[in-house]
Ligand binder design. Structure first.
Ligand code: RIB
Length: 295
């Protein structure tokens, strides 16, 4: 079984600020850093650190060549990654004193996918293989249709949520991982319980994971529902916490671990990620997750 993550690669310009800038306000940042990120890339890193080497497909712009070396270092296969002319995807991330963030995303190369490129990548995958997707690239509806037609298992993190997701046939998704905001946007519901009920009613065969930040996470599939509390840590930077959870969760599914263990590992990994600055670079190794003392 092969694992493909078809997703974004962003250069993250991260600014440490006292508070997230308000409308009309100018503030002085305390520090700035340039990190490799993007929900797609971060999730490939989380998979790798959880022990699953995936293929990453996606487009980088001319100033994004560092992603190739980084993938090699992390143990991510780059056979289907491509460089295109023009700017790389990038973000401007503000991180405040409580570790909370706010992100402006410029799509760049991530929005230049074509049906031909999707076909070129997917011809290397088959029934039973897994594809992981987020919503930071274009051609998502086509990717979902083509992957489903091949019999691939599709895992979707509908993040960030926007109206383009409404063009996707979400009935073809086997696993959804979403946070409370995305859950509200997708279902129109406002509480975790009603979001889960609405998702389960619309996608009755899918596994659904709703992450609630410090409030923990809920797993729902058919008659099974599990609640997993979050592990308490001092947050430095919450960027990529959700990506860390997603990568560890998918790794746990692939390893066929009991669901409680999958949720504990994913929650521990996400908690450890928020104790460090940066996106991909904050994602812990499985060995750190195993040693994480939660008493
Ligand atoms: O989820 C975190 C990621 O979201 C960052 O790395 C940034 O690139 C944005 O896409």
């Amino acid at each position: 079984m092969k694992i493909l993550n078809f997703g974004s690669l962003n250069l993250d310009y991260t600014y440490q600020v006292s508070h997230i800038v308000r409308e009309g306000e100018t503030i002085l940042a305390k520090e700035v850093g340039l990190n490799l990120g993007g929900k797609g890339f971060n999730q490939s890193v989380a998979l790798a650190r959880a022990g699953i080497a995936c293929y990453h497909a996606g487009l980088v712009g001319e100033e994004g060549l560092d992603f190739y070396d980084a993938c090699e270092t992390y143990g991510i296969k780059t056979d289907y990654m491509k460089t295109v002319t023009g700017r790389c995807g990038h973000t401007i991330i503000q991180v405040d004193e409580k570790g909370q963030n706010s992100i402006v995303l410029f799509g760049g190369a991530n929005q230049k996918n074509t049906k031909e490129y999707v076909d070129e990548v997917l011809k290397n995958f088959d029934t039973g293989d897994i594809i992981l997707l987020q919503n930071e690239i274009n051609e998502l509806p086509y990717l979902i249709d083509q992957a489903f037609a091949k019999g691939m298992t599709i895992v979707l993190n509908p993040s960030p949520y926007d109206e383009r997701l409404e063009e996707c046939d979400l009935g073809k998704i086997s696993v959804f991982l979403l946070n409370e905001t995305e859950g509200q946007q997708m279902t129109g519901m406002t509480t975790p319980a009603t979001i889960i009920s609405a998702m389960a009613a619309s996608y009755s065969n899918a596994k659904i994971v709703l992450t609630l930040g410090e409030g923990g996470s809920i797993y729902h599939h058919g008659d099974e529902e599990l609640y997993q509390p979050a592990f308490k840590v001092d947050a430095v930077d919450t960027t990529a916490a959700g990506d860390t959870f997603t990568g560890y969760f998918v790794a746990g599914l692939i390893k066929k671990l009991p669901m409680r263990e999958v949720l504990i590992n994913s929650s521990k990994a996400a908690a450890l990620a928020v104790t460090k600055q940066g996106a991909a670079s904050s994602i812990p190794f499985m060995s750190e997750v195993e040693l994480f003392n939660t008493d």
